[in-house]
Each structure stands twice: as C-alpha cells, then as structure tokens.
Design a protein around this ligand. Structure first.
Ligand code: 13P
Ligand code: SF4
Length: 331
C-alpha cells in the first residue's frame, strides 16, 4: 500500500505536527506524517504498545510512542502494560529486558542489529571467570548487557540507581560490570570497593573535558548536565550528572538559560520541545544503534510481526531474578 500525505493524514497528525514543527523541517513532514498516521492506526488494531527510549528521534518519541523513559523507567513501566505485544524503540538489550519481564508477551525490535558497545564488551563466560577469581563477591551488572550476562548476575542496575543498588547489598566489595566509567562514577559516590570491567559507551566516551571547558567559556549562564557513562573528567566538570530520566527532570527545574546536555543528540531535540525557553547547546554525538530504529522499519514490524525477541527459558528465569531485585531497590 502506498503511503500518501492526504487530507485525512494531515488532519489525523495535526496535533503531533503542532508539537514537532519547530524540530522537523517543513519538507520532511509530508514524508513522516503518513508513517506516523499508519503506525498509530495499526498499533491499536494489532494490540501493540510502543515503548521508546529518551534517545529516539522526536518523530518516534512524540509521534508514536505510548511509553517513554530511561532504561529503568522502560523496564518498570514495560512490565505493567496490558497489550499482548510490545514494540521496543530502543536497542536490543532493552527489548530483551522487556521480554524477560513479560515472558507471556511477544516483544519486537524494529532492527535486530540495534546493539550497544557496552553490551558487546562482555560475555557470560567473562562473568563466570570473574566469579572464580573473586569468589563470594556479588556481581552487579548494568542493564546494558545481554540476557546471558544478566543470568550470571546477582542484581542489575541502571545509571538511575547504580549507587543505590551497590549500597543495597550491604557488602564491602562488588564486581560492577561492564562500564568502566560508570564504575568510576559509582566508586566516587560510595565507600564500597568496586571491581570494574573495561567496557565503554562508544557515544559518551567521545566527549572530552576540553569540549566542556570550551563551551563553558562561550556562555555566561550555562549548566553542564552529563550522563554517568561519560569520562570521569567530563563528569567532574559538570554541574549535574544522572540517568537520561534524571537529566530531563533536572532540566525541567533549572533556572539556567543555556544547557549543554552531554549525551546522545536526539535527547536534546526531545527536551527542547518541552522546554522552548532554554537554549540547548548541541555539540552532541549520535548513537548509531538507536538511530537504526526508523518509522518504515517500525511499520513493517507492526504489520508483519517481524523480529520477535526469543530468549532461552532458563536464561530468562535467572535474568529476571536480577532485574526484579533491581526494581525492588527502585530509583
Ligand atoms: P539511561 O538508563 O540513562 O536511559 O541510559 C541508557 C543508555 O543507553 C545510555 O547510553
Ligand atoms: Fe549503548 Fe552508548 Fe548507544 Fe546507550 S548510547 S545504547 S550505552 S552505545
């Protein structure tokens, strides 16, 4: 079926366009709108809920998503939805987390190649070796990991609750995987000794203290708000550090006129729409994995039930224990 930008589509997407018109070029809207219209129609008909991470582009974030949030928010809210099918606009580990939390539901990812450099930095075998090397030391794993890795883990965490999770264990030492920079951030905020791994986020590791200082020198009234996957010297030069969800909340309550969000690029576009009076300084980096999720692939997934996430039952059962334990600790 050919998708056209006719009067029905125009009227059916007018409210969304009103919200997005400052962030989407005029010429692009007639191409995007028919997809948005069709996706919103089909998701209801085929009993889908669409979850979208804060790094998705505004057409997805505001145009078609039912639930948006950071990794922790998506894990919690995704486990409570009523629809039979979940479509994840995010990366593979997020779709796996949704499947692990709702094994009775079907979970789909529009592009199975949407990975994550952190998830790819460690295997379940690496964890088994670490557990032999450090017997009786609990393993805390960032959710940015595969289901296999989570199944070898005592408890998961996200950037929203990493310190709280580590402290909830009541021990002197933990193995904290796989993000070296997040591990460093946690170690600066707790007395618990952290044994870390060498994984890095390919997006956040590109930011440097030099970038931050250069931008600070250009603006008088500027706040630097960074993600804990950034290098330690970038975090030290920031005014606030937190998960993508905490960054968004911080921005809502700040009085700063200019903000440098040191994180993935699309988040600034999304936050700008809700905060039109703030100037977002944007020397930001794109996550190539998050950007694999596009409207035509989403529509294909909803129509044809493509790319279903499958996880071995025993692996999923163990991984669920680690995620549920994290959810009990909360934000
Ligand atoms: P949040 O948990 O802060 O949303 O981060 C997820 C992520 O992939 C950051 O790069
Ligand atoms: Fe992974 Fe970094 Fe992309 Fe987040 S931004 S999904 S941590 S590669």
């Amino acid at each position: 079926m050919e998708l056209v930008f006719n009067d029905t589509v125009k009227a059916g997407t007018a409210e969304i366009y009103n919200k997005l018109k400052k962030s989407i070029p005029d010429l692009e809207w007639p191409v995007l709108a028919p997809y948005i219209f069709e996706i919103n129609k089909i998701k209801k008909k085929n009993d889908f809920v669409i979850l979208a991470h804060n790094y998705q582009t505004p057409d997805i974030f505001y145009g078609i998503a039912d639930v948006v949030g950071d990794s922790l928010g998506l894990a919690i809210k995704g486990s409570k939805v009523k629809e039979k099918n979940i479509l994840m606009c995010g990366v593979h580990f997020m779709a796996e987390t949704a499947k692990i939390m709702s094994p009775e539901k079907k979970v789909y990812l529009p592009d199975m190649k949407a990975g994550c450099s952190l998830a790819e930095s460690i295997t379940a075998e690496d964890i088994r070796k670490l557990k032999k090397k450090y017997p009786n030391v609990p393993v805390v794993t960032y959710v940015n990991t595969s289901a296999d890795v989570k199944s070898e883990t005592d408890i998961c965490c996200t950037s929203a609750n990493a310190v709280k999770v580590v402290e909830s264990l009541g021990v002197d030492e933990v193995i904290f995987l796989p993000d070296e920079y997040l591990a460093k951030y946690v170690s600066l905020n707790t007395n618990v000794k952290i044994i870390s791994w060498k994984g890095k986020c390919e997006v956040h590791e590109k930011f440097s203290k030099k970038d931050v200082l250069e931008i600070k020198s250009r603006y008088k009234d500027l706040e630097v708000v960074s993600h804990p996957e950034c290098p330690p010297d970038v975090i030290a030069a920031s005014d606030f550090t937190g998960s993508t969800g905490s960054m968004i909340n911080h921005v809502k309550n700040t009085k700063a006129k200019n903000i440098f969000l040191v994180t993935e690029c699309s988040m600034s576009d999304n936050v700008q729409i809700e905060n039109p009076n703030i100037n977002f300084v944007k020397p930001c980096n794109l996550c190539p994995h998050m950007k694999k999720i596009e409207l035509p692939k989403i529509l294909d997934c909803l129509k044809n039930y493509n790319n279903e996430i499958k996880i071995d039952q025993d692996i999923a059962k163990n991984a669920k224990k680690a995620i549920s334990r994290m959810i009990e600790v909360g934000r």
